[in-house]
Design a binder for this molecule. Structure first.
Ligand code: FES
Length: 150
């Protein structure tokens, strides 16, 4: 089996994996970073969102062999002590219901705000629309993203 050198949350890891193994399973099963969730496995729900060189990316569709030297950030590496402004806003608004989709939501929101720090409410809605929440906490999700943007 091939080996891959991955930079995850600012640490280097060498993993042995099938070239087609999705990054999601490398993170969860080989590196024990289980904050990133499996939802649909077909790129439709956003639960598996991580940052690849700062851009929100869906890890369920990404073969480990395609990652190369890109820097991977998972929810575990987004901040020290959950102190990222998006995480703080999430707590303040008390966003989660079941919580399952929240890591993906936060990773999408944080990458978006990095690119657009003063978005309109419409831009927030548009940026977040691809992340599905089965509890329909969309109002609180948008409220938290807008709060983090302030
Ligand atoms: Fe990757 Fe749904 S699990 S988009």
């Amino acid at each position: 089996m091939p080996t891959y050198n991955l930079n995850v949350n600012k640490k280097n890891h060498t993993v042995e994996a099938d070239e087609n193994m999705p990054l999601l399973w490398v993170l969860r099963d080989l590196l024990d970073l289980v904050g990133t969730k499996f939802g649909c496995g077909i790129g439709q729900c956003g639960a598996c969102t991580i940052h690849l060189d700062g851009a929100a990316s869906r890890s369920c569709l990404m073969p480990v062999s395609s990652v190369g030297d890109a820097k991977i950030t998972t929810i575990e590496g987004l901040s020290e002590d959950n102190s990222h402004p998006v995480q703080k806003a999430w707590k303040e608004v008390d966003v989660p219901q079941c919580g399952y989709c929240q890591a993906g939501q936060i990773m999408t929101a944080s990458a978006f705000l990095e690119e657009n720090s003063s978005p309109t409410k419409e831009e927030v809605r548009s940026a977040m629309h691809g992340n599905i929440c089965r509890c329909s906490a969309y109002n609180r999700i948008e409220e938290a993203v807008n709060l983090a943007a302030k």
